[in-house]
Design a protein around this ligand. Sequence first.
Ligand code: FPP
Length: 278
Amino acid sequence: MGQGPQQATGEDKTVQEKLQSTGEIPQHIAIIMDGNGRWAKERGLPRIAGHSEGVESVRDAVEACGQLGVKYLTLYAFSTENWKRPQEEVSLLMRLLLRALRDETDRLHNNNVRLQTIGDIPALPQEVQNELLEDIEKTKDNTGLNLILALSYSGRWDLAEAVKRIVCDALTNKVEGQQIDEKLIASYLSTAGIPDPDLLIRTSGELRISNFLLWQLAYTEIFITKKYWPSFRRDELYQAVREYQQRERRFGMVTEQLKETNKRGNYLSRFLKSGTGP
Ligand code: FPP
């Protein structure tokens, strides 16, 4: 097992402690990392330079989330639709991912991070698959931040796969029609066992979900920043958490009911952990 996240120091530590004392730290943060290409274009650089600088932002977000006590961080690193990009960009992205995994896994492991993936992993180049398998195995007993890379992933793909498997189990009598409810569907998704995201961050100002965790984002708070992903660093992450702490999450109820349920203990968080909203 890894040792635990390397602690923040100085001013950064003070900011983190303040966030921890002013409200709840989201248990699960999901990020749509967008704007790498535009970041590079503005600087007259090739698109891959934006992706490469984006890896630095990944490193900073992972470290800051681990230190803050976030339990799950899901990163939309490569969507099903991204396969339609020029072949050269796809292959450079895969090489970048491979290099980042090779360079960073020891550090992740030492910081007690557990690596997981969601998505159509067999669609990735064999070398990337092998590296992922090795890194997932190496970090599987870590108990700190769960870093979930969404690779060749889309929300519709996830739902279609779940439906296929439910139908298959229904045909072989492992599942009965009446058993199919929200909880059962959630248990067939690639995120089974992972609580739904509390906070979704999207960079580059676009107001879309872009086929990310369609089912899982039902009650997620959304934070959009105009910053391009390569410019996104922990100060912006802290701002997202600060805004999250000021939101009132009603889950379809009214404010008065929330006050009542809060008095009776953390009823809402139990709903969230079950993977389905009330
Ligand atoms: C979106 O920017 C970004 C991607 C499709 C890839 C994200 C990949 C990384 C940050 C690097 C590898 C990741 C890990 C986890 C090590 P865009 O290309 O769509 O930007 P644009 O909209 O400005 O063109």
